[in-house]
Design a protein around this ligand. Sequence first.
Ligand code: PLP
Length: 401
Amino acid sequence: MRDVAGAWRRTADGAGLLSPDGAVASTIFAEMTALAARTGAINLGQGFPDEDGPSEVLDAAREAIAGGANQYAPGIGIAPLREAIADHQSRFYGIALDPDTEVVVTTGATEALASALLALVDGPEDEVVVFEPYYDSYAACVALSGATLRTVPLRAPDFQPDLDVLADVVNERTRVILVNNPHNPTGAVFDRAVLEEVVRLAHARDAIVVTDEVYEHLTFDGPHVPVASLPGARERTLTISSGGKTFRTTGWKIGWITGPAELLTAVVTVKQFLTYTSGSPFQPAIAAGLRLPDAFFDGIAQDMRRKRDVLGAGLRAAGFEVFEPRGSYFTVADAAPLGATDAQAFCRGELVERAGVVAIPITAFVTPGRRSEYATLVRFAACKRVEVLEEAAARLASLSG
Ligand SMILES: *Cc1c(COP(=O)(O)O)cnc(C)c1O
């Protein structure tokens, strides 16, 4: 039989995947969702909304299906969606894009990310720099691409990177600096100085910036600043976003990637052999969403901010130390004041048994060697109905008693 020792494999419990070096495991998300289902706990683990998005968007998908948009769309996406994406970047950020050469529709931000990494990096001598903790697919995709992952830690309370460390980690082998802003899991929105330093280093080392901005419309202290809008950034930045978080359609998997035409050509070369094309009837629907009036976009940011506040108040009252997020679906809290020494044990034990709430330990988002530095931090998702968050807050109060 073929030796598969170096292959990706299932974890012992069958719930997740392990990379060949055992560094990447996704068990905790499946485990926690199953735990919530089994115990009736409120699931603040996985980041998906529990309410539908705008009816204009949902209706447009139904109409598209009824109208026959049910076969393969063009590989780079239908023209009306590419035009809506280009208009969106111009309307919100003043970034002008050619919808035919500088915009590609993908199967979620996830595929955009995978295609970009597979297109841009080659082997172990190529390095990808990411901030840590990181969205779980980053380390997995870097591992699949065969490149080397280098991380720059983000630390509580504000989770901004140390710029000296960043300048030290980025070196002549760096091919990609991968930025996620607003940031999952920490809820950080990076200071302009951080983004400017990323751009400066990318120039100095001839690296490409890949930026994941899926929470672009969920910022709490003012409008989002895309990396590509900074001076000198545009020609070496690939910007990724998605309709999932903005329009509460995480199950539709319509994402996009924008940037210089020659970089996108490389991305499309890979993308065509991953999924080839994505959800035909969802594409016109997301186009309709991107053209919604400003009031919609202001409304979702305000709604998310209110939810953050309800969740944060509940966590504080329960005795957690809360690191107030400036964007995204998430809030990170420290369980150490409650006596926890290991957030993984805390999430599997006390949190679910005593409070009936499920959340994810931050150790799920860091490299094995750094787990001890984040040992007592927990990520809670705030993208749930206010009644659900209030019920979670009431339950969490039992932890302080
Ligand atoms: C949810 C999420 C994604 C995945 O987006 P899809 O469009 O569902 O693929 C990518 N990046 C971050 C940071 C996310 O939180």
